[in-house]
Design a protein around this ligand. Structure first.
Ligand SMILES: *Cc1c(COP(=O)(O)O)cnc(C)c1O
Length: 405
């Protein structure tokens, strides 16, 4: 579950908690994702999943661009990786953000409303490429989050997209295509079916109004299964499905913009057990840190998968608190019952002073957390590249190919 490089670094950490990002594993994973997609499909990374500059740069060789969701994010990503194009999505873009995006030459704007379209048209002093974000019907599924097919602040209803078309006349805006990000947490078959519906809708819209569209952005939302941390979204199956869509819609460039399913696997949140106790018959471990550093399990209501890294030192003369062979709840230091990272989960042995490395902490983890609650110190951040622990290579054949600085 944890790469040997990350485990070796975790064991050597002096200051805890810490985030450990394995950029070699990230490079390897992103390469496989890229290889599973048909060549012409453009791969963008949704930077909001984790905008850490070194992650952004480690992903760069495998990407066609980044999807950004705010003025600050677009300036940040442009600075971290100046060479790759940006697509600016998100509801509620302000006039200042749109100005900034124009100044920085953002390559694509995903327009979410008629008002936004008018504002951008008013500001644009040169040709600007836009996609209309549409909220299309999305059949009910087990998706973790559904944005489409129901009332939401995201995008335009199909009828609203039609009504936007006359507003484009005589402006500097060039309608390139359609964007839709309808749900997240979907498996490959559901996501192919979703992409097919988006492309079919775009083609009918295009034909009906003779728009000459060239692009269809089918969004992100590839599932990460927190109950099975070693499983991966079936990129091969998704790629095969997209290849079929490319044949059906030869005029369109398809673009996908995953966030979570690219960066989740490379990150670990490593900390130590401060205390262990029983409360009304159940075992609790209290860890240094908590959901103010790793809000993912609280936000998604799951148990974050973890690995125990035993540490033998115990500096105190009194007995070491421990639990053996029973389910334990892993809580943090916050004074709220919501501060639970994992469990109740069975453990062989867990002792005060042992390390715990939480997996799948590379996406929507540190950057969605409420860092200042209780004013605990912030974690350290460690980025592992091919120079780290070459004696513990997870995939020695990949080491030369890494570009992660
Ligand atoms: C958040 C977001 C994504 C990425 O979603 P994931 O579930 O992380 O893949 C892609 N596109 C848009 C418009 C988003 O808001």
């Amino acid at each position: 579950m944890i790469t040997s490089r990350a485990a070796a670094r975790a064991a050597a950490l002096a200051a805890l908690p810490a985030y450990v990002y394995d950029l070699v594993a990230l490079d390897d994973h992103a390469r496989r994702v890229r290889q599973a997609l048909p060549g012409p499909v453009e791969l963008y990374y949704a930077a909001k999943a984790n905008p850490d500059p070194r992650l952004l740069r480690a992903l760069a060789p495998h990407l066609n661009g980044y999807e950004v969701s705010s003025g600050a994010e677009l300036a940040h990503v442009r600075q971290a990786v100046p060479a790759l194009p940006l697509a600016f999505g998100a509801p509620g873009k302000t006039e200042a953000e749109l100005r900034r995006a124009l100044e920085l030459g953002v390559e694509r704007f995903h327009l979410e409303s008629a008002h936004e379209l008018r504002m951008l048209a008013h500001l644009a002093d040169r040709p600007v490429d836009v996609l209309l974000r549409v909220n299309l019907p999305q059949p009910a599924s087990s998706a973790a989050l559904t944005m489409g097919g129901r009332p939401s602040p995201f995008g335009l209803d199909p009828g609203g997209a039609e009504r936007c078309l006359p507003l484009l006349d005589g402006t500097a805006l060039r309608l390139r295509g359609v964007h839709a990000h309808l749900a997240s947490g979907l498996d490959a078959d559901t996501l192919v079916a979703t992409a097919a519906r988006i492309a079919d809708w775009a083609a009918r819209f295009d034909t009906r109004h003779r728009l000459g569209l060239t692009e269809v952005n089918v969004g992100g939302g590839m599932a990460v299964d927190y109950r099975a941390p070693d499983s991966r979204f079936d990129w091969e199956r998704y790629g095969t499905g997209l290849a079929r869509l490319l044949r059906e819609h030869p005029r369109y460039t398809f673009r996908v913009e995953p966030g979570r399913a690219l960066s989740a696997y490379c990150g670990w949140y490593v900390t130590e057990v401060l205390d262990l106790k029983h409360s009304h018959g159940e075992a609790f471990a209290v860890l240094r840190g908590g959901t103010h550093h790793l809000r993912t399990p609280a936000a998604k209501g799951h148990s974050q998968p973890f690995t125990v890294l035993p540490r033998d030192e115990w500096p105190h003369p009194w007995p070491r608190p421990a639990v053996e062979g029973e389910p334990v709840t892993l809580a943090g230091q916050l004074c709220t019952p919501k501060d639970v990272l994992a469990g109740p989960a069975p453990v062989d042995v867990l002792r005060a002073g042992d390390l715990v490395a939480f997996a799948l902490a590379g996406a929507y983890a540190w950057n969605i957390s409420h860092h200042d609650f209780l004013m605990h110190p912030r974690p350290d951040f460690h980025h592992l590249d091919h120079s780290d622990h070459p004696e513990y290579p997870d995939r020695p054949d990949q080491f030369d190919a890494v570009a992660c600085q």
